[in-house]
Design a protein around this ligand. Sequence first.
Ligand SMILES: *Cc1c(COP(=O)(O)O)cnc(C)c1O
Length: 488
Amino acid sequence: MIAPLEPLIYDISRTGRIGFSLPELDVPETAFPAELERDIDRLGLPEVSELDVVRHFTHLSRLNHAIDIGFYPLGSCTMKYNPKLNEDVARMPGFNWIHPLQPEATIQGALRVQYELQNLLAEIAGFDAVTLQPAAGAQGELVGVLTIRAYHQARGDVKRTKIIVPDAAHGTNPATAAMCGYQVVTVKSDKRGNVDLEQLAKLVGPDTAGLMLTNPNTLGLFDEHLLEVADIVHKAGGLMYGDGANFNAILGIVKPGEVGFDVMHINLHKTFSTPHGGGGPGSGPVCAKAHLAPYLPTPLVDKETKNGQDRFFFRELPDTVGKVRSFWGNFGMHVRAYTYIRVHGAKGLREISENAVLNANYIMNKLRGTYDLAYDRTCMHECVLSGKKQKQKYGVRTLDIAKRLLDFGYHSPTIYFPLIVEEAIMIEPTETESKTTLDQFIDTMLQIAREAEEDPDLVKNAPYTTPVLRLDEATAARKPQIRFRCFG
Ligand SMILES: *Cc1c(COP(=O)(O)O)cnc(C)c1O
């Protein structure tokens, strides 16, 4: 099943070949302590030249897909192009070479970037305070729900043991609520993909700590009754958590903090174009309204002005839920997101979302009819199709369609998610793709639908052009072989 690969680095090893050179010894030679010696031969390290190593790793890098190689319509992940300008700015020596333990007085520029980014995100999202500490979206959720818990506890309101999570939420939402010690209560979606208001009204009560709403949700839909949902939860004494990972759909159009959310996380490594998916560490800032701000993880960055001179400094909060990340968060991501926001400005941010939504609706409307549509209404930044028809008529599953796409140089969309859509195909084109790319992708999806009809086995046995062909998915997940074994 596995196509021939280039030789592994162990195969190109030749005894005596080396890839480093050291300057001549200019200090007295001493004996190496015997107890620290390792049996190098037993390790079986490859012996290779510098060029061998460069070729080996460059080759490996080419076996993978990346946003810089081709279209990456992975729903919910916002795999948009990350402008290289962000990289240039993050590599400026004043940002790149500072040490996390340097005194504040020597890193005023870096602190200013964090301070201004906090304020920019608060403004864009409509909140009062922002922490840049969380290292990912899921960690942002953890932080957000911990602040909700701290809020209730500070008021002596300790009977709130449940968090309500819609069935169209991202999977991390129920996991987060459970990790914070809450009982997860599921509320269903109605026929239009909104939270079912009638069921919600029955579920809330004095034991409701809050509701976690992914909005737009994983169906790519904006909840049409958002204000009512927030109202029902607030009237019961609960708080609204916003999963803002999908902020790409509503930048400059909706401020979540003004439509009922008390706390929300943002994924810099989606909406604000910092690399992800193996390309870099993430960053999941959390935005809070004033009543939750005292509990945010620290440090925050603050500013004081004396004699017309600004001074930026790290601020602790007495009631913080604690520290969640070493040092000061993933600073390199903050620089990239800051650059991205400053380059686009308010008007540009709005255009980002308008184009993201336009692109998703374009794909949805070109593919409807050929593929089933889970919820037939205008979508936001992503659309959810279903391969139900292809499965029932020709025995071609969504998995097969996803595999066939690889032959055309595309990354697969997200599949079998959200769980409430049978044979789901969740496509998020993002705003950075041209109409040419979208049209090529649409043509490919239409071609695969024809193949499913005329030659189902062609689709079922795909892919044919990738370094590794069809894998045994179950064994690959349960018994992954992720390292080369040179000793049997
Ligand atoms: C990506 C995503 C998350 C989780 O973010 P990570 O940075 O991967 O932890 C949460 N919710 C939604 C809707 C997402 O798309």
